[in-house]
Design a protein around this ligand. Sequence first.
Ligand SMILES: Nc1ncnc2c1ncn2[C@@H]1O[C@H](COP(=O)(O)OP(=O)(O)O)[C@@H](O)[C@H]1O
Ligand SMILES: [Mg+2]
Length: 228
Amino acid sequence: MNVSPGAAPAFASPRGRFVTFEGGEGAGKSSQVTRLAERLRGRGLDVVVTREPGGSPGAECVRHVLLEGAAEAFGPLAEACLFAAARADHVDRTIRPALDAGRWVISDRFYDSTRVYQGGGVAPEMVRLLEQVAVDGTRPDLTILLDVPAEIGLARAGARRGEGVADRFEKEDLATHERRRLAFLKLAHEEPERFVVVDATDDPGTVAEAIWFAVETRLGLAPAERSA
Ligand SMILES: Nc1ncnc2c1ncn2[C@@H]1O[C@H](COP(=O)(O)OP(=O)(O)O)[C@@H](O)[C@H]1O
Ligand SMILES: [Mg+2]
């Protein structure tokens, strides 16, 4: 087909919207991703739910290596490169094709987690460079930061895990988790047009309402989408 440069074909779907959830362990990301996806689907929208690390077959393999802690021994830079490799695959295979097809994409963590978690051991400019290469222009329209004191989040994550073993990141100490909380808040402060900070200490229903309000107002659901 012959399409002049820069012109979208007449039948192209409008790009979908990309929402990411961020925050520490036990903040309620996975629960709220599910709730938001159901609510959007209830409005007739086509929603893809995904997560990081992972979200595509290649990236899920890397997820396994990362969360088992197998890459920890290679040092922070190698670990950051693995996150970037996983993200590149995730964006190429899952996120960008879905957005191009007009679908909504909701990701349980994305690059802000890397900025916060890997930012401790790798130069910030290196983290941003890897991010730029991995996402190649595909950036979230809205990022919901679920903010909860580390103590509460870790207690929730511990209760969820039961007798299970803490992963590579869950096992770190309270002070580290609290530092990450502040780092997430700093990112939100730096990009207020992309982020919404939601108090995640409230009950799940109240948190879900705050998220819905943010999605409606920030992403301007069309009336048909809202009332469908
Ligand atoms: N607002 C909330 N209040 C109390 N418990 C919650 C809340 N949100 C989630 N939980 C519970 O806390 C645990 C962790 O929630 P989850 O959604 O898995 O968090 P995350 O994905 O951020 O680690 C789960 O057992 C979940 O049911
Ligand atoms: Mg989770």
